[in-house]
Design a protein around this ligand. Structure first.
Ligand SMILES: Nc1ncnc2c1ncn2[C@@H]1O[C@H](COP(=O)(O)OP(=O)(O)OP(=O)(O)O)[C@@H](O)[C@H]1O
Length: 259
């Protein structure tokens, strides 16, 4: 699999689509405090596809959840499309995630009793809107699942479920997309297809895409990579090849715990 996208990456301009300023997050489980984010600041712009990499447990998913408004940071600020998330109610955040912001979950989050088609329509249903059947069928076809339209998640492979989850986000036509390991369950062909979609959203449709990944090939497809270690962003790279990304990641993870 080669690390290329069909669209060349333009230089992103303008205001950031996503900005985090000095965010911290500590979880408390069973009376024990688990500090995860220690003051993370970043910016990602419309038209940009940004990867977040780092060792397991370095805080990548927690960061993504804070950026998407699925977790509230303890301190610091997250601004998405000009809106400070701390000033948004739960209902505002839920509305954002059903419209302008899309999230591709590691665990798919599909409703098992609904068909693939119905799962893709779900954000529309939750907004009490009618989904455009042609759009929904179009996105299912674009992720190679037209023939699985009426299948339910329990009868689908992990890769098929991952592609339904992506189709659900594509059908929303969001301006900002967060994706947690979006190719984790996919073979290399499906992985290329998903990356192609995300790249086109960023580079053709001027969306901002933030992807958490362990896969150097996926990260090499992005415009910029942010490296995390122990709850901090410690490095940044504009990738030129999968090998270069793999070397950089190995360097970051081998120095784990030094800071
Ligand atoms: N809801 C939670 N409650 C308690 N601890 C949590 C919670 N979510 C995450 N953590 C802890 O925070 C730390 C960072 O987790 P996170 O999932 O953000 O890391 P990650 O870099 O995405 O890891 P991976 O690559 O394995 O998915 C881990 O120690 C994890 O156990």
């Amino acid at each position: 699999m080669t690390a290329t996208l069909e669209q060349p990456a333009p230089t992103p301009t303008g205001q950031p689509a996503v900005a985090a300023r000095d965010i911290t997050k500590t979880f408390t489980t069973g009376g024990t405090q688990v500090p995860v984010l220690h003051g993370v600041s970043l910016e990602a712009r419309p038209g940009e596809m940004v990867a977040v990499m780092g060792a397991s447990g370095s805080g990548k998913s927690t960061l993504l959840y804070c950026l998407a408004g699925l977790e509230r940071p303890d301190a610091g600020e997250v601004v998405v499309n000009g809106r400070n998330l701390a000033e948004c109610s739960r209902a505002d955040l839920a509305r954002m995630r059903r419209g302008e912001v899309g999230f591709v979950f590691q665990a798919y989050n599909l409703v098992p009793t609904l068909t693939a088609f119905e799962n893709v329509c779900l954000p529309h249903l939750l907004r009490h809107e009618k989904a455009d059947v042609a759009v929904v069928e179009g996105v299912l076809e674009s992720v190679g699942l037209a023939h699985r339209r009426d299948a339910r998640p329990p009868s689908m492979s992990g890769g098929e479920q991952q592609r339904v989850a992506l189709a659900r986000v594509l059908a929303q036509q969001p301006s900002t997309i967060f994706a947690d390991e979006p190719t984790g369950a996919l073979d290399s062909r499906s992985s290329e297809l998903v990356l192609g979609h995300l790249g086109r959203l960023a580079h053709r449709d001027d969306a901002c895409v933030v992807v958490v990944t362990h896969d150097p090939t996926v990260a090499a497809s992005c415009d910029r990579i942010l490296f995390m270690r122990d709850g901090l962003l410690v490095d940044e790279l504009r990738p030129t090849s999968t090998e270069q990304v793999a070397r950089a990641l190995a360097g970051i993870t081998s120095r784990r715990g030094e800071c």
